[in-house]
Design a protein around this ligand. Structure first.
Ligand code: GRF
Length: 217
Protein backbone atom coordinates (compact mmCIF):
# COMPACT_ATOMS: atom_id res chain seq x y z
CA UNK A 1 0.00 0.00 0.00
CA UNK A 2 1.34 3.42 -0.96
CA UNK A 3 1.08 5.81 1.94
CA UNK A 4 0.54 9.54 1.42
CA UNK A 5 3.65 11.56 2.25
CA UNK A 6 2.39 13.93 4.93
CA UNK A 7 3.84 16.96 6.70
CA UNK A 8 2.59 18.43 9.96
CA UNK A 9 3.07 22.17 10.51
CA UNK A 10 3.23 23.42 14.09
CA UNK A 11 4.14 26.56 16.04
CA UNK A 12 4.30 25.42 19.66
CA UNK A 13 3.93 22.45 21.94
CA UNK A 14 2.73 20.12 19.19
CA UNK A 15 0.42 17.80 21.12
CA UNK A 16 -1.87 17.36 18.10
CA UNK A 17 1.15 16.58 15.95
CA UNK A 18 2.18 13.93 18.49
CA UNK A 19 -1.23 12.30 18.29
CA UNK A 20 -1.01 12.23 14.47
CA UNK A 21 2.51 10.77 14.57
CA UNK A 22 1.47 8.11 17.12
CA UNK A 23 -1.51 6.99 15.03
CA UNK A 24 0.45 6.98 11.78
CA UNK A 25 3.00 4.57 13.29
CA UNK A 26 0.53 1.89 12.26
CA UNK A 27 2.02 0.49 9.03
CA UNK A 28 -1.52 0.12 7.64
CA UNK A 29 -2.19 3.85 8.12
CA UNK A 30 -2.86 5.55 4.76
CA UNK A 31 -0.57 8.48 5.66
CA UNK A 32 3.10 8.46 6.50
CA UNK A 33 4.31 11.48 8.45
CA UNK A 34 7.64 12.26 6.87
CA UNK A 35 8.17 15.86 8.02
CA UNK A 36 7.36 18.10 10.97
CA UNK A 37 7.94 21.78 10.16
CA UNK A 38 7.57 24.92 12.20
CA UNK A 39 7.83 28.67 11.79
CA UNK A 40 9.56 28.65 15.21
CA UNK A 41 12.76 26.57 15.02
CA UNK A 42 12.99 26.50 18.84
CA UNK A 43 9.47 25.29 19.61
CA UNK A 44 8.78 22.36 21.93
CA UNK A 45 7.03 20.26 19.31
CA UNK A 46 9.98 20.38 16.96
CA UNK A 47 12.32 19.22 19.75
CA UNK A 48 10.05 16.26 20.43
CA UNK A 49 9.89 15.34 16.72
CA UNK A 50 13.66 15.54 16.41
CA UNK A 51 14.07 13.22 19.41
CA UNK A 52 11.68 10.79 17.76
CA UNK A 53 13.97 10.69 14.74
CA UNK A 54 11.51 12.42 12.42
CA UNK A 55 12.71 14.80 9.73
CA UNK A 56 12.17 18.33 11.00
CA UNK A 57 12.41 21.77 9.41
CA UNK A 58 12.44 25.13 11.15
CA UNK A 59 11.52 27.91 8.74
CA UNK A 60 11.81 31.02 10.90
CA UNK A 61 9.20 33.53 9.70
CA UNK A 62 11.03 36.38 11.46
CA UNK A 63 14.05 36.28 9.16
CA UNK A 64 11.98 36.61 6.01
CA UNK A 65 11.11 40.04 4.63
CA UNK A 66 7.51 39.15 3.84
CA UNK A 67 4.87 36.51 4.40
CA UNK A 68 5.27 35.48 0.75
CA UNK A 69 9.04 34.95 1.11
CA UNK A 70 8.46 32.81 4.22
CA UNK A 71 5.87 30.73 2.42
CA UNK A 72 8.04 30.27 -0.65
CA UNK A 73 10.78 28.75 1.52
CA UNK A 74 8.19 26.63 3.31
CA UNK A 75 6.82 25.48 -0.03
CA UNK A 76 10.29 24.55 -1.29
CA UNK A 77 10.88 22.60 1.94
CA UNK A 78 7.65 20.68 1.39
CA UNK A 79 8.72 20.01 -2.19
CA UNK A 80 12.14 18.66 -1.15
CA UNK A 81 10.36 16.14 1.09
CA UNK A 82 7.90 15.28 -1.72
CA UNK A 83 4.96 16.14 0.53
CA UNK A 84 1.50 15.28 -0.76
CA UNK A 85 -0.66 16.32 2.19
CA UNK A 86 -0.19 19.02 4.82
CA UNK A 87 -1.79 19.02 8.29
CA UNK A 88 -1.83 22.30 10.20
CA UNK A 89 -1.74 21.50 13.92
CA UNK A 90 -1.50 24.60 16.06
CA UNK A 91 0.25 26.42 13.22
CA UNK A 92 -0.18 30.06 14.19
CA UNK A 93 0.68 31.84 10.93
CA UNK A 94 -2.00 33.04 8.56
CA UNK A 95 -1.34 31.60 5.13
CA UNK A 96 -1.66 33.71 1.99
CA UNK A 97 -4.14 32.81 -0.79
CA UNK A 98 -1.11 31.89 -2.94
CA UNK A 99 0.02 29.15 -0.55
CA UNK A 100 -3.51 27.96 0.19
CA UNK A 101 -4.36 27.71 -3.51
CA UNK A 102 -1.09 25.89 -4.23
CA UNK A 103 -2.16 23.26 -1.67
CA UNK A 104 -5.90 23.31 -2.34
CA UNK A 105 -7.51 20.01 -1.38
CA UNK A 106 -4.25 18.85 0.24
CA UNK A 107 -4.20 21.17 3.26
CA UNK A 108 -6.22 20.49 6.42
CA UNK A 109 -6.46 22.19 9.82
CA UNK A 110 -7.81 21.58 13.29
CA UNK A 111 -9.72 24.36 15.01
CA UNK A 112 -10.70 24.29 18.72
CA UNK A 113 -14.40 25.09 18.25
CA UNK A 114 -17.41 23.78 16.41
CA UNK A 115 -17.13 25.77 13.19
CA UNK A 116 -18.65 27.95 11.87
CA UNK A 117 -18.99 29.20 15.45
CA UNK A 118 -16.01 30.86 17.10
CA UNK A 119 -13.58 31.33 14.24
CA UNK A 120 -10.29 32.90 15.29
CA UNK A 121 -8.65 32.96 18.70
CA UNK A 122 -9.81 32.55 22.35
CA UNK A 123 -12.51 30.12 21.30
CA UNK A 124 -13.07 28.63 24.78
CA UNK A 125 -13.52 31.98 26.56
CA UNK A 126 -15.86 33.12 23.79
CA UNK A 127 -17.90 29.92 23.96
CA UNK A 128 -18.36 30.46 27.70
CA UNK A 129 -19.24 34.13 27.19
CA UNK A 130 -21.93 33.13 24.70
CA UNK A 131 -23.28 30.52 27.08
CA UNK A 132 -23.26 27.66 24.59
CA UNK A 133 -24.02 24.20 26.00
CA UNK A 134 -22.09 22.29 23.33
CA UNK A 135 -18.50 22.99 22.34
CA UNK A 136 -15.81 21.00 20.56
CA UNK A 137 -13.39 20.96 17.67
CA UNK A 138 -13.38 20.74 13.89
CA UNK A 139 -11.06 19.39 11.21
CA UNK A 140 -11.57 21.15 7.88
CA UNK A 141 -9.96 21.78 4.51
CA UNK A 142 -8.15 25.11 4.43
CA UNK A 143 -9.36 27.85 2.08
CA UNK A 144 -8.06 31.43 1.87
CA UNK A 145 -10.62 32.76 4.39
CA UNK A 146 -9.50 31.99 7.96
CA UNK A 147 -11.22 29.02 9.67
CA UNK A 148 -13.55 28.45 6.71
CA UNK A 149 -13.47 25.58 4.24
CA UNK A 150 -15.34 22.28 3.96
CA UNK A 151 -15.70 20.52 7.31
CA UNK A 152 -14.29 16.99 7.39
CA UNK A 153 -15.15 15.92 10.94
CA UNK A 154 -16.22 17.37 14.27
CA UNK A 155 -16.19 16.28 17.91
CA UNK A 156 -18.40 17.75 20.61
CA UNK A 157 -18.71 17.80 24.38
CA UNK A 158 -21.10 19.36 26.87
CA UNK A 159 -20.14 22.62 28.59
CA UNK A 160 -20.33 22.23 32.38
CA UNK A 161 -21.58 24.83 34.86
CA UNK A 162 -18.16 25.10 36.48
CA UNK A 163 -16.14 25.20 33.26
CA UNK A 164 -13.45 27.85 32.82
CA UNK A 165 -11.60 28.63 29.58
CA UNK A 166 -8.76 26.44 30.87
CA UNK A 167 -10.90 23.46 31.84
CA UNK A 168 -12.69 23.61 28.48
CA UNK A 169 -9.37 23.90 26.65
CA UNK A 170 -8.09 20.77 28.40
CA UNK A 171 -11.18 18.70 27.57
CA UNK A 172 -11.40 19.95 23.99
CA UNK A 173 -7.69 19.26 23.48
CA UNK A 174 -8.12 15.63 24.46
CA UNK A 175 -10.98 15.42 21.95
CA UNK A 176 -8.73 17.00 19.32
CA UNK A 177 -6.25 14.20 19.92
CA UNK A 178 -8.94 11.69 18.93
CA UNK A 179 -10.53 13.68 16.12
CA UNK A 180 -7.46 14.71 14.14
CA UNK A 181 -5.99 11.20 13.73
CA UNK A 182 -9.43 9.95 12.75
CA UNK A 183 -9.87 12.73 10.16
CA UNK A 184 -6.38 12.19 8.75
CA UNK A 185 -7.17 8.52 8.19
CA UNK A 186 -10.36 9.49 6.36
CA UNK A 187 -8.64 12.05 4.13
CA UNK A 188 -5.48 10.08 3.37
CA UNK A 189 -7.51 6.94 2.75
CA UNK A 190 -9.36 8.76 -0.04
CA UNK A 191 -12.66 8.63 1.84
CA UNK A 192 -13.49 12.32 1.54
CA UNK A 193 -14.94 14.09 -1.52
CA UNK A 194 -15.53 17.84 -1.58
CA UNK A 195 -18.79 19.11 -3.07
CA UNK A 196 -18.95 22.89 -2.92
CA UNK A 197 -18.64 23.71 0.78
CA UNK A 198 -19.45 20.19 2.02
CA UNK A 199 -17.52 17.01 2.29
CA UNK A 200 -19.12 13.71 1.37
CA UNK A 201 -17.58 10.84 3.27
CA UNK A 202 -19.85 7.90 2.54
CA UNK A 203 -18.10 5.08 0.74
CA UNK A 204 -19.31 1.84 -0.80
CA UNK A 205 -22.81 2.71 0.40
CA UNK A 206 -21.61 3.10 3.97
CA UNK A 207 -21.53 6.30 6.04
CA UNK A 208 -18.16 7.10 7.60
CA UNK A 209 -18.09 8.34 11.16
CA UNK A 210 -17.42 12.10 11.04
CA UNK A 211 -18.88 13.12 14.39
CA UNK A 212 -17.40 12.08 17.71
CA UNK A 213 -19.20 12.54 21.02
CA UNK A 214 -17.60 10.97 24.09
CA UNK A 215 -19.98 9.28 26.52
CA UNK A 216 -21.36 11.58 29.23
CA UNK A 217 -19.77 11.04 32.61
C1 GRF B 1 -4.91 23.35 19.56
O1 GRF B 1 -5.97 23.60 20.43
C2 GRF B 1 -5.30 23.65 18.15
O2 GRF B 1 -6.62 23.32 17.84
C3 GRF B 1 -5.12 25.14 18.11
O3 GRF B 1 -3.95 25.39 18.86
C4 GRF B 1 -3.77 24.33 19.79
C5 GRF B 1 -2.43 23.73 19.50
O4 GRF B 1 -2.06 22.80 20.47
N1 GRF B 1 -5.12 25.66 16.78
P1 GRF B 1 -0.87 21.78 20.19
O5 GRF B 1 0.32 22.62 19.74
O6 GRF B 1 -1.31 20.82 19.15
O7 GRF B 1 -0.60 21.14 21.50
Amino acid sequence: MRRLRTAVLISGRGSNMQSLVADARDPAHPAEIVLVASNDPTCEGLKWARQEGLAVAGVDHRIHASREDFERVLNITLGIHRIELVCLAGFMRLLTPWFVKAWAGRLINIHPALLPSFRGLHTHARALAEGVKIHGCTVHYVVPAMDEGPIIAQAALPVRDDDTPDSLATRVLSLEHKLYPHALRLVAGGGVRVQENRTITGRDGREQETFIVPPLD
